[in-house]
Design a protein around this ligand. Structure first.
Ligand SMILES: [Zn+2]
Length: 344
């Protein structure tokens, strides 16, 4: 059988391909502009992005931002129930990609594409070559590998199949520029005096961020330790708040001098109550990793106007795991991870 990705993958430095580059992170610098020059839809989206209105809201430190980005309407309002998903062609499979779309190989199993509806500049999608379901177990190694390969220049993130992924049927990550999202910036400094320590060892440190208006667990260390700790955290979250097919969550990972910094956002709901409301209380915000990381995307002007600190705090709190259960999660995880780091 012929490779369905043949002709879709371009090599940096090849004739007609994106500019030659040393590392994958270097190649990504030139790739999006190269792709935009060959794909009018992406070029239009890139040109429109500087005009997207944004505002800071006093939730968390550094504060969250709200953006009004009508181009995200399809993604924000996407129906992701199994019946709807089964009835549509998969938009991440190569057979359904627009003819102009090309990507960079990411190892033997994934391809990096440019998101034609960017939330932030140079918004990427890391797509598994095979049509396999979005699942945290298979996404974890890809997430950590992406963080290592991107070397801090891009932050990779994962939306669970019921926590913001608009393609729950096809394994994928996304990525935006490193150092941009407020939650990433909050964790980069390491644990603060008010934060909740989970574990501290030579190869792994984990802590819960406090005062952010939504629960965030941070993990920093060698790639192998961070991946193992995330796997343990997902398991414990599944005990504390079970859901099917997996606990509700978003993940983010970025390369740091110690190896990888990863964030886990434990969730309680896919969408806030106001998303489903009729009338003036309605607010079309459908949080994924970018939103819980502090860049809250709205698609209608009335929602952008309504999204003050109180409403943003309410939405983030509603879709996140409640505080008592976050405490249980942190305690149980702490006991489990300490067993690894203490001599037996
Ligand atoms: Zn697919």
């Amino acid at each position: 059988m012929s490779d369905p990705w043949a002709g879709r993958i371009v090599a940096p430095g090849s004739p007609g391909g994106p500019p030659a580059a040393g590392t994958l992170a270097d190649a990504l610098e030139g790739y999006v502009a190269w792709q935009a020059a060959r794909w009018p839809r992406l070029a239009g989206a890139r040109a429109a992005l500087p005009g997207v209105r944004t505002r800071e809201v006093e939730v968390g430190r550094p504060p969250c931002r709200v953006q009004w980005n009508p181009a995200r309407t399809v993604s924000t309002t996407a129906r992701v129930d199994p019946e709807t998903v089964a009835a549509r062609p998969c938009f991440l499979c190569p057979s359904a990609l627009p003819p102009e779309e090309r990507g960079l190989a990411f190892g033997p199993d994934a391809v990096i594409l440019a998101n034609p509806a960017p939330v932030l500049p140079d918004h990427l999608v890391v797509v598994a070559r095979d049509h396999v379901p979005q699942a945290v177990g298979t996404a974890l190694p890809l997430l950590v590998a992406a963080a290592v390969a991107f070397g801090g220049r891009f932050a990779a993130f994962y939306n669970g199949p019921r926590s913001g992924a608009s393609a729950p049927d096809h394994l994928h990550l996304q990525a935006v520029r490193g150092g941009v999202l407020p939650a990433e910036r909050a964790a980069t400094a390491g644990p603060g005096p008010g934060d909740c320590p989970i574990v501290r060892g030579p190869d792994l440190e984990a802590w819960g961020l406090e005062g952010q208006g939504r629960p965030i667990l941070a993990f920093r260390g060698t790639p192998g330790q961070v991946e193992a700790a995330l796997r343990a955290a997902v398991e414990v979250l599944g005990e504390v708040r079970p859901d099917a097919p997996e606990p509700l969550l978003n993940l983010l990972a970025v390369g740091v001098p110690e190896g990888v910094l990863a964030l886990l956002f434990p969730r309680a709901a896919h969408r806030p109550a106001c998303f489903h409301e009729e009338g003036p209380g309605r607010c079309l915000v459908s949080p994924g990793a970018v939103d819980v990381a502090g860049e809250v995307v709205s698609v209608r002007e009335e929602d952008f106007r309504a999204l003050d600190a109180a409403l943003v705090a309410r939405i983030l709190s509603e879709v996140s795991l409640d505080r008592p259960r976050v405490r249980i999660l942190e305690d149980r995880l702490s006991r489990r991870l300490e067993r690894w780091s203490s001599p037996s």
